[in-house]
Ligand binder design. Structure first.
Ligand code: AR6
Length: 361
């Protein structure tokens, strides 16, 4: 199942377990710890008192009390000194231990804050990279829906070099209206408060049908492929019956996807995991040859299959979409494909940093 980076308050996320970035006493504190204790009520503190604290890198579980989550998994991140005091390994073990505890309790979904990146001072880009790395490694073998929750309006940056590179690629390739240019100084304020990405209003949102698109993803209403136009013309010219014409409809998105999976010699599971797509959604696509995915899902599969740009365009067209140069999302996708980087989690980090919808579901 997928990893979704979302902007939210973790105490509001509906899922089986939320993770608390606690301290060794487990008796509450500031930051996300304070927010979780406040929202959960006194029952949480009472249960925490029975746990005897927790060592750095380890994890302990309690009930969720007044929270929408069934469980809270408490972990203690490392305090950042200079990166030479075992901070990275300790932070990695926080994620691993929390995921192991969640699995032991049959949690199907879990939400993490960016552990150690607040009061404990871990540099945010590095904290994010470790979180994504560990969660992605876990999801290669396990089925769980994992949210990484970034709080409030705090600025969020990926590796500054990568950010600069993508920003200049967007700058060089953007062909939309000048007054909405993403980076030019004379541009208006494009999408200042645009929703960053999907929001888990309810447990299971990400495994339900395709989630509605953000405004930069308006689905073209009439996006029938050219083959169908040709067939239609022939019908109206009286050369063909409608039945005959419909028999000649081009390969569908789902058919192309399954053909490409076969050609690449990968399994279905390898493909949907690499696409950051939920197994149930994949099954739907597999069983419905006319399934219409969202644009983000269609691109996620093109990325999982490591398709070059022309084949990505072809696959998108079958789902009724195009890659244009008039919006940031499309240009960022083009950037990664032309650079031969097909790591969906890295692409999602970049999309998140640029306030765009994420790939997969
Ligand atoms: N939802 C999601 N993320 C949040 C929330 C929230 N409601 N509130 C803060 N964050 P921190 P740490 C983010 O300081 O660095 C406590 O006092 C925040 O923006 O909560 O591991 C404990 O008792 C940041 O990105 O935890 C410990 O003493 C991330 O959560 C100490 O702080 C972690 O920030 C732990 O420090």
């Amino acid at each position: 199942m997928p990893l979704l980076i979302i902007k939210s308050d973790i105490t509001k996320v509906r899922c089986d377990a939320i993770v608390n970035a606690a301290n060794k006493t487990l008796l509450g504190g500031a930051g996300v710890d304070g927010a979780i204790h406040k929202a959960a009520g006194r029952g949480l503190l009472a249960e925490c008192r029975t746990l005897g604290g927790c060592r750095t890198g380890e994890a302990k579980i309690t009930k969720g009390y007044d929270l929408p989550a069934k469980y809270v998994i408490h972990t203690v991140g490392p305090v950042w000194t200079d990166g030479r005091h075992g901070e990275e390994e300790l932070l990695r073990s926080c994620y691993r231990n929390c995921l192991a505890v969640a699995k032991e309790h049959d949690a199907e979904s879990i939400a993490f804050p960016l552990i150690s990146s607040g009061v404990y001072g871990y540099p945010r880009e590095q904290a994010l990279k470790i979180a994504v790395d560990e969660i992605a490694a876990f999801l290669r073998n396990e089925e769980m829906l994992v949210y990484l929750v970034i709080y409030g309006g705090s600025s969020f940056r990926i590796d500054p070099e990568l950010y600069k590179d993508i920003a200049s690629f967007i700058d060089d390739n953007y062909t939309g209206p000048e007054d909405r240019h993403p980076f030019r100084e004379n541009a208006g304020r494009p999408r200042a408060n645009a929703k960053a990405c999907r929001f888990p209003e309810a447990h299971g949102a990400a495994v339900a049908d395709e989630i509605p698109h953000a405004d930069n993803h308006a689905r073209p209403e009439l996006c029938v492929n050219e083959a169908i136009h040709t067939q239609t013309a022939a019908v109206f010219a009286g050369r063909q019956s409608l039945d005959d014409a419909l028999k000649q409809i081009d390969e569908s998105f789902s058919e192309m996807l399954l053909r490409k999976i076969d050609e690449k010699g990968i399994t279905d599971a390898e493909c949907y995991k690499k696409a950051n797509v939920d197994r149930k959604l994949f099954s739907k696509i597999r069983s419905d040859r006319l399934y219409r995915p969202s644009k983000a899902t269609a691109i996620a599969f093109a990325i999982a299959l490591e398709l070059p740009l022309d084949e990505t365009r072809d696959m998108l067209m079958k789902a009724g979409f195009a890659l244009s140069r008039s919006n940031k999302f499309d240009i960022i996708i083009e950037y990664f494909i032309t650079n031969g980087n097909y790591d969906v989690f890295e692409i999602n980090e970049a999309l998140f940093a640029f306030d765009q919808v994420l790939l997969g579901v």
